[in-house]
Design a protein around this ligand. Sequence first.
Ligand code: ATP
Ligand code: MG
Length: 437
Amino acid sequence: MFLSKLFLPITKNLPSDAKIKSHQLMLRAGMIKQSSAGIYSWLPLGLKVMKKIEQVVREEQNKIGAQELLMPTIQSADLWKESGRYNDYGEEMLRIKDRQGREMLYGPTNEELITDIFRSSIKSYKALPQMLYHIQWKFRDEIRPRFGVMRCREFFMKDAYSFDLNDTNAEISYNKMFFSYLKTFKRLGLQAIPMSADTGPIGGDLSHEFIILAETGESKIYADKNIFNINIENYDFEKESLKKMRTDYSSLYAVTDEKFEKKNFDKEVPKKNQVMTKGIEVGHIFYFGDKYSDPLNCFVDNQDGKKNSIKMGSYGIGVSRLVGAIIEAKYENEIMKWPKSVSPYDVVIIPSLSKNNIENLTKSIKIYQYLKKQNIDVLLDDVDESMSQKFKKHDLIGVPYQIIVGSNSTDTKFEFKEVNSASSILSLDEIKLKLKN
Ligand code: ATP
Ligand code: MG
């Protein structure tokens, strides 16, 4: 992409409600535009980052055998009446009537709908276990939408659902997801800590919130500092290893304020290990057994030919919230720093165009074409601005690698720089290797 062609409405004017860095930077860099309270349009740069996050989430879900489907955003109220949640869910649910007067709603979550899909298609225990997921827009009429994409009314979520024959098997599914979440967040450059959590309107009794540390987070957290040292690389996908991982995590204190009790904290965690700070919830997993399968009559025939209600869990990741959460975790001063896995571009070429330097532009286009051929996603800054203006803009866009085509470059070697480190002079092949690693 040539920067001159990119739809990138960079702005200096921030609304007064843009209080946290991620919200400010996303507006300044033209990643999003608010369309009404808690509802945003995703502009090209913002959408590109969100799509990359979505893809990492998808790949990690697929790796544990979860299968992707796509459920609609609009649901019929009937199913929610069957489960008993239509009234319970309260004002966060956006309720709509269609032209026939039928009650519909914009899905805030999908337990009912997925249970309905499952009950109408799966009849035998032989089809279990199953994990299904989709990545879809949700709507929750939050009382105080704020912090940009962090607490929206319309937001993009990955929600997965597991189906098992009994509690023992269901726990294996839960552990797989638990493991998969830690790996997903790691690939996104984040250290997420699983914290024992309340189950809220979803219900059930086994639940973890995945929280990343950030001063601007809305969750207060209390933890034993040793939990930050657990290394996920020490475990693998095998059943016993997953069990050990869960045991290792649950042996260390880590809760949000809903579950916090000072007495227990002091008893379980020596003072020198106590961490009290704030964080952002980026994922939440629940095990709720037959809370939905029972009222919705979701059964399979078991080995003895008897009806067996299905044990279910649900597993959410806030894909759109993650865009803001990654910024909160990574930015420095006014500089956006995308992890390589989600950066909108792999590399940006920045030619010095002072005195209308056609030579630098021609060289840059050659580099651009070469990298494109190597499947490297490259941005070329062909805008006629001073180098200092250019660098300011690229601090905001946050691409982690730069190729600077100016006085330090020759016909075959170019200045290559990883943001915040010293540059080196490299050939195109060497640059390619750096980018491919
Ligand atoms: P919160 O406590 O932040 O309201 P929740 O417990 O209601 O979250 P879940 O129902 O578990 O959220 O949803 C799964 C994930 O979706 C959350 O971990 C979060 O990352 C994301 N999410 C939830 N509500 C919002 C929202 N209003 N805006 C953006 N993302 C959200
Ligand atoms: Mg909520």
